[in-house]
Ligand binder design. Structure first.
Ligand code: SF4
Ligand code: SF4
Length: 303
């Protein structure tokens, strides 16, 4: 990767609005860094957060906190737009009226074993890109040097690979890879798929982050009237969040890019049409009744 490509990546990353300019790291680069309880800046990074969340981060945290995805999103996340077309992203929501993470404790991270990907990587950042002439995405790393972080002055030196392993990001990267590919594909598809509609952004949000609501959607009569999901697959989706997340990401590729993933029932189109017609009739009838009620009121007032 050259400097120009790196610059494009940074402009497309969550660092774009940050005054901190990361520097590019080669894959085998050495990292001088160590964070431990006795550093003078203990918790400084968690006191002023800007942590984007991946779908797998949400799964891990909601499981740990024993809450539904909807409850988690409401209490611990804030939405942001990942691109100019409004691709929905979420970040950790700080404490009310402040900038500190809600999970910060005097001893450190209160959800350490399930902390998000960005927290594991810090002060390294993972960037993903796909060039228009390539079919696969590529990863790059960047070092973020913030003045308050004194871990850079510690004497521990290791490669990025060793650091990733130490922080347990392998599993997070593996489970987050399909989603990162989807995000990069949506960004790079640009005009080819046109401006995403609000409905496609809502579907992207639900399948990516609100897994429990997506489960209810997948189990709904209208979904099952449209798509033919084998019973054993449906049983897995009902019971297993990770399987449902994988299914959701493939379903998004189906819905957004026309990559065939689920079978449509042969009469799905007719049924959809019939449902829409019935809905339109109901709305027409409701509007008529409302008009009649208004005229009745007017008539009684006139007499
Ligand atoms: S989740 Fe943990 S590591 Fe991440 S910002 Fe919050 S307290 Fe810090
Ligand atoms: S060394 Fe850096 S990462 Fe560790 S507590 Fe201090 S600011 Fe946070």
């Amino acid at each position: 990767m050259n400097e120009a490509e790196f610059k494009d990546l940074i402009e497309d990353s969550p660092f774009a609005g940050s005054p901190v300019k990361p520097t590019m790291l080669a894959e085998d680069a050495k990292l001088q860094f160590r964070c431990h309880r006795d550093v003078k800046c203990w918790n400084a990074c968690c006191s002023n957060i800007d942590i984007p969340l991946t779908p797998y981060d949400v799964l891990r945290l909601k499981k740990r906190l024993d809450m539904s995805s909807g409850e988690f999103l409401k209490q611990y996340s804030v939405p942001f737009e990942m691109d100019k077309d409004g691709m929905p992203g979420i970040k950790l929501n700080p404490v009310e009226g402040g900038t500190a993470c809600q999970f910060m404790t005097p001893e450190g991270c209160g959800v350490y074993e399930d902390r998000p990907t960005a927290c594991r990587y810090y002060p390294v950042a993972l960037l993903t890109m796909r060039r228009s002439d390539e079919y696969v995405d590529r990863s790059a790393y960047a070092l973020v040097r913030e003045p308050h972080c004194l871990g850079h002055f510690e004497d521990k030196i290791q490669t990025i690979e060793e650091y990733r392993h130490e922080q347990g990001v392998d599993e997070y990267d593996r489970k987050g890879h399909a989603w990162r590919q989807l995000v990069v594909k949506r960004k790079s598809a640009g005009p080819a798929i046109g401006k995403p509609t609000p409905v496609s952004n809502q579907l992207f949000f639900m399948a990516s982050y609100d897994v429990d609501r997506f489960r209810a959607f997948v189990m709904s009569p209208s979904f099952n009237d449209t798509y033919d999901i084998p019973v054993e697959i449906m049983a897995t989706l009902i019971a297993d969040d990770e399987a449902l997340l994988d299914f959701g990401l493939n379903f998004l590729r189906h819905a957004l890019f026309g990559e065939k993933f689920v079978e449509e029932r042969p009469d799905a189109y007719e049924k959809r049409l019939a449902r829409r017609r019935a809905l339109a009739e109901q709305e027409k009838e409701a509007a008529f009744q409302q008009k009649m009620a208004l005229e009745d009121d007017k008539y009684s007032a006139d007499h």
